[in-house]
Design a protein around this ligand. Structure first.
Ligand code: HEC
Ligand code: HEC
Ligand code: HEC
Ligand code: HEC
Ligand code: HEC
Length: 443
């Protein structure tokens, strides 16, 4: 039976129930009873409609959802592609993020006595390794009490740095600690020691003379196996903004932080009034400098042509990045990879040579444009994968071998952090300048 017919039949049946009794003959009516005592007043119920309206109005949830469409939190694809991966989802998927926050999952590494190797503990549970980033990623109490308490943040607690295996902790208490919410995800990932699986000893890179890779793929002391993808991952901002976690070579400049670190919050600059497609819940600051004085911090209006607060500091950091990249070369071949394609290089345009923070190591599968933008790359480390063509294998064999000292490795990490910070020093000028200047001096 079709649904529509079924509904018609149901209505017919109900109608019959009301019609039928009227056909029955009634007897005479009895006398009226005495009036009962008045009942006590009931307690006022909460008006569901009113609590909903606290958030469900045209200017709150409706408008915010419209802005959120422009946020990469919403449009980014990594939440879908990394679903099921317990190591990636703590930053890429909603349920995984809520899991690591609720369970205080530590950022430590521990020795697995069976394999003799260290493992990274910063993982979610396999049952929670999913979920696109949405409103309740950050407001995880939504629809629990239907009060303003529901807008509380999933976390504002200090963030043990996964890059440092928890040995360093970022705490940005300004503005109620809202930046800690952002940094829980916008932080760099760890480099691991290829021999032990433990987090890399970054202090040794900064202060000890040595080698992390000697050029021989089967060398017994190589703690790094360099590849195109030897990188800090993308959350550089957390470390740079907090002024913590770079490779701090002793040098002329002290590792201090700009005033932003203590007085401003990520949302102060990234979630101000909408301006074009930036501000509010787009979370973007691109092309929007109205927040610099709207927050009452800077007294003059900053624009894209302001010299002291925009052009000059950015030009200085851009020049330092270029100098450091030129120092990071072996036999005339650059270690840092260039990628002049604006569609695949997230840091396109930040440096003149369009470095992307990856290493210039030949790999036609993961780095297919290397030969378009780099004059020459380093040879792939190890045996080329079976998927390579004979031409690719032959070309690879003709390339120079990469070697990396402690100092070069430390400088590479600092280059990646300062490039991938995106802001060319606006986030934390002093720390960015110190990392780059002291790295250049070290090389
Ligand atoms: C503290 C703020 C807040 C309150 C109070 C609130 N909501 Fe929501 N509600 C939200 C947010 C945020 C969303 C998600 C919007 C989105 O995904 O774009 C939402 C989504 C919804 C949805 C869409 C369901 C979905 O998952 O897509 C419904 C239906 C809803 N709310 C009903 C209600 C009702 C009914 C009430 C009152 C009893 C209420 N809400 C109170 C914040 C609130
Ligand atoms: C749950 C982890 C998480 C939290 C919390 C988080 N982010 Fe993100 N953010 C991401 C991820 C992941 C991406 C990239 C998404 C993708 O590409 O799939 C991103 C992208 C962004 C982007 C776009 C970057 C670009 O490449 O254009 C901005 C800006 C941003 N976040 C700012 C913030 C701010 C500000 C906060 C705090 C209010 C915050 N985020 C909190 C994980 C997070
Ligand atoms: C500690 C948090 C964290 C972890 C763990 C993490 N990511 Fe990310 N990832 C981020 C953030 C934050 C961004 C976006 C940063 C930005 O654009 O400024 C990002 C960006 C990306 C992007 C780029 C998306 C784009 O816009 O092009 C990819 C791809 C990605 N991550 C894959 C992975 C994979 C695969 C893993 C696991 C092996 C992983 N991530 C683990 C924080 C993390
Ligand atoms: C990446 C983290 C994050 C996500 C995702 C997020 N918010 Fe927020 N939300 C914040 C932060 C941080 C603030 C405080 C902003 C400020 O300081 O101005 C906020 C504030 C709010 C407020 C209070 C602002 C006001 O005008 O009263 C509402 C309502 C809200 N968010 C709703 C939403 C809705 C709806 C979504 C999904 C469409 C969402 N949020 C997604 C981080 C987030
Ligand atoms: C003092 C203001 C300020 C503060 C505070 C700030 N940012 Fe930014 N951020 C900027 C500016 C300016 C840019 C560069 C925008 C451009 O390229 O036009 C930027 C760029 C970015 C980008 C890449 C471009 C984008 O906006 O989509 C991300 C991601 C980002 N910041 C995240 C953060 C996070 C996370 C925090 C907190 C730890 C933070 N920012 C704190 C001003 C700020």
């Amino acid at each position: 039976m079709k649904l529509k017919n079924a509904i018609q039949l149901l209505f017919f049946a109900i109608a019959l129930m009301f019609i039928a009794p009227s056909c029955v003959k009634e007897g005479p009516m009895g006398p009226a009873g005495a009036t009962g005592a008045a009942g006590t007043n009931g307690t006022n119920g909460t008006d569901a409609n009113q609590t909903c309206k606290m958030c469900h109005t045209a200017t709150k949830v409706d408008l915010i959802s419209t802005q959120f469409v422009f946020s990469k939190h919403s449009s980014g694809e990594a939440a879908i592609s990394e679903a099921g991966n317990v190591g990636c989802t703590p930053c890429h998927a909603q349920e995984a993020f809520k899991y690591v926050c609720a369970n205080n999952v530590p950022a430590t590494f521990t020795l697995n006595t069976t394999t003799g190797k260290y493992v990274n503990n910063y993982n979610t549970d396999i049952t929670a390794a999913y979920g696109e980033l949405g409103c309740s990623t950050c407001h995880s109490a939504l629809h629990t009490s239907y009060s303003t308490a529901d807008l509380a943040f999933t976390t504002v607690k200090p963030v043990p740095m996964t890059m440092w295996g928890g040995a360093k902790v970022i705490d940005l208490p300004a503005d109620g600690g809202k930046s800690n919410l952002c940094v829980k995800c916008h932080q760099p990932r760890p480099f691991t020691n290829a021999l032990t699986g433990n987090v890399l000893d970054y202090n040794a890179l900064a202060t000890t003379v040595g080698t992390v890779y000697d050029g021989n793929p089967s060398g017994a002391t190589n703690i790094i196996k360099p590849s195109y993808r030897t990188h800090t991952h993308y959350g550089a901002i957390g470390a740079v903004y907090a002024g913590k976690g770079g490779i701090e070579f002793p040098g002329a400049l002290a590792y201090t932080s700009s005033t932003h670190t203590t007085v401003a919050s990520c949302s102060d600059c990234h979630m101000g009034a909408m301006n074009g497609k930036a501000g509010g819940h787009t979370f973007s600051a691109v092309g929007n400098l109205t927040t610099c004085n709207a927050t009452g911090c800077h007294t003059t209006q900053v624009t894209a042509t302001t010299t002291t607060l925009w052009l000059n500091p950015r030009a200085e950091i851009k020049a330092l990045l270029a100098t450091l990249a030129s120092k990071l070369s072996i036999g005339g071949v650059e270690i840092m990879n260039r990628n002049g394609d604006s569609a695949t290089n997230l840091w396109y345009g930040i440096t003149t040579n369009n470095y992307d923070g990856y290493l210039n190591i030949y790999d036609p599968i993961t780095n297919p444009t290397a030969q378009t933008y780099n004059t020459k790359s380093f040879k792939y480390v190890g045996t080329p994968p079976a998927t390579w063509s004979t031409d690719q294998i032959a070309y690879n064999a003709s390339l120079p071998i990469i070697t990396l000292s402690n100092a070069q490795m430390g400088a590479i990490i600092n280059f990646q952090l300062c490039l991938r910070d995106y802001s060319l020093g606006i986030h934390n000028f002093q720390y960015t300048k110190a990392l780059l200047t002291n790295s250049i001096a070290k090389l």
